[in-house]
Design a protein around this ligand. Sequence first.
Ligand code: ATP
Ligand code: MG
Length: 806
Amino acid sequence: DQGKHADLTGDLNPAQRAAVEHAGAPLLVVAGAGSGKTRVLTRRIAYLLAARGAHPGQIMAITFTNKAAAEMRERVAELVGRRSGAMWVSTFHSMCVRVLRREAKTLEMSSNFSIYDADDARRLLTLVARDLDLDAKRYQPRALAAHISNLKNELIDAESAGSHATNDFERRAAEVYVEYQRRLSQANAMDFDDLIMRTVELFQAFPDVAEYYRRRFRHVLVDEYQDTNHAQYTLVRELAGTEPTESGIEPAELCVVGDADQSIYAFRGATIRNIEEFERDFPNARTILLEQNYRSTQTILSAANAVIARNPNRRDKRLWTSEGDGEKIVGYVADNEHDEAAFVAGEIDELVDQGSVKYSDVAVFYRTNNQSRVFEEIFIRLGLPYRVVGGVRFYERREVRDALAYLRVLANPEDTVSLRRILNVPKRGIGDRAEACVATHAERERISFASALRDAVADKVPMLNPRSRNAITAFMELLDGLYELVDSGAEVADVLEAVLDRTGYRAELDSSDDPQDASRLENLDELVTVAREFTESAAEAAALAPDTNADNADNADAAEAVDDAGVPEPGSLPAFLERVSLVADADSIPESDGGDEESEADDQGVVTLMTVHTAKGLEYPVVFGTGWEDGVFPHLRALGEPKELAEERRLAYVAITRARERLYLSRALMRTQWGQPAANPASRFLDEIPAELIDWRREAPSSGGGGSPRAATTWGGRPGVGGDSAQARIASGGMRTTGFGGVRNDWKDTVALKLDVGDRVSHDKYGLGTVVSTDGSGPRATATIDFGASGTVRLMLIGSVPMVKL
Ligand code: ATP
Ligand code: MG
């Protein structure tokens, strides 16, 4: 009855149509990126309802991310309307939560069980390891958590973990696992991996329950099948079944789609075995290949083909389109990451100005979350609307907040909120009870929390046990050491380094096996970088000031300047904290999470910033792939590790194939990583793209020498300051190409902000104000501004001034 449902299949190619119309045996659709796999899944759902009499309640569709689930729900709703409500379209995890809440009684749980996230799980493991008297160094909670997670992904339960153990660590971890599960169930909680494993157990141990779901879900559809791990695969098999149940219910119709070349979650146990062995796992299975790509231009596809072709042991397939070559890929070699971000921002601005592109058509990809900061900062300053998907915004990240809380306490010992935040971070044995004792004491004596802590050291806090008191004493000694460092005039970055080292914060993350902790470390390193640059630019501002060498540094004016209420000394810790909170503050302005892209920012939407991992399955007319450097992308960790390198290459393939019309690929000659400038070579993936596909907008200087002239394309608006000084440093052979001349400084505002007494200004934080007086000149220029209710504030006019002259 093909003709009858032509509206659902008419615009599909024959292979896609076959997949949509296929009935009966399990079906695997394997195809390269952009060939319509997801489209086939959603059409198939619509077709099941319209042509095959399926009821929406009989359909279970599983996607990999919440974003993908929401998108699929939307696509299906467009096709079938409100009937879609009864379908289950969700991720593995939320599908399992739903089943488990419903079947909790069977598992002797109560249905309001809590779900422990990674952090909760680690907290619990810490307790367990402590109670089992395990050596805290050898049995780090993070390592234990990773190990137990791996076991759960393999469906190895606590009871059998011991028999799988092959070394001492694994044997002890197995004991921990048993106790950990006991405590979880005592707390009526499950961790993320439990959700999948317990659902599998449920289906396997209770055939009648399995039968209920089998009867109910006659169609099971799975997107991104290449990223399922063993537990998820088993769940799918239990759900759909391979044989009739005892009471004769046939297996559900299973349809999975995937692309082995896009498998990028091996670190979570995903295995392409599930695609490769589909026909063995599911007897009578049928496989359909899709070949034509409908997403990208041939240029983009040829680049993707060339890169992925370098991976060993893959089934060769080539993406092609009938749409023509389209534009060449634009390549750009930036001086440094700030230059790169400025290039991206400038290019977006221009594309939008030309009217051919909306902000929402554009995505900027990077390899790791910490790379977003440089983009966020310049986007904020240029007023480009953006949003960061997946991954908390930089200054909201827990580790960044923790580190800043230390600095806040060092700048202001009475900052109770920050003090309490770091009191037991990292864990140092000052528990909730001890904290409560100190807090009560502070209240009773009407003293600050900080003073109460001093009282605790002097044993003047009642009810405080000796262990806690010792811990508090050690903590206060730690702080005292840091106060001394600050008083000695150490640079902010060095203070920050000292905090991370002396507290053990860094060591704890360092020794963890959890990939999340690796990214926490990267974020902290990024924060150190922020601090280094801050000091550098303050120093350069001072060096460039006309009166640097004048001997009036201590004259009355200068003294007055330092004492001026509320204005931190340039380069100081308080100045740093002020700058950070302004950026962090502005940070929250451009977007509200989950906002409707289209309705924001006068229908232009917002630019999307995300990691390549998060971009899986999505598509954008314009894509910027940034940081294509060996050591960044591919990740440092993967260099010299063939398996990991292959996974990075698949990630590159995913990145390239997200682009529909225009693809930009950029790299930076210098990038500050781990607080140090590093010269990264071009990503090998760039070299793998045929040269004729790339139009280099700016290339690396061919002569290795530092003196070769470079187009200072990005310093627009501040000739003679930015470009020249940056260039001077390059010419002098120095490593640092960032610093005062870099675009991270607010060149736009800095240039514009020549203020005179009486001028009206608008400041992002303080609001409207009137200039009362001005002082200094050039980079030393300051203005004292009356902001009415927000008070009178003196501000430096160099650096990031979130203020405009009205
Ligand atoms: P990925 O591997 O990246 O997840 P995919 O195989 O799931 O990609 P889709 O996202 O389903 O691919 O499709 C890519 C694009 O091509 C979408 O914009 C989709 O609407 C379009 N498309 C797919 N098939 C056709 C077709 N037969 N005619 C026109 N457009 C199509
Ligand atoms: Mg897809």
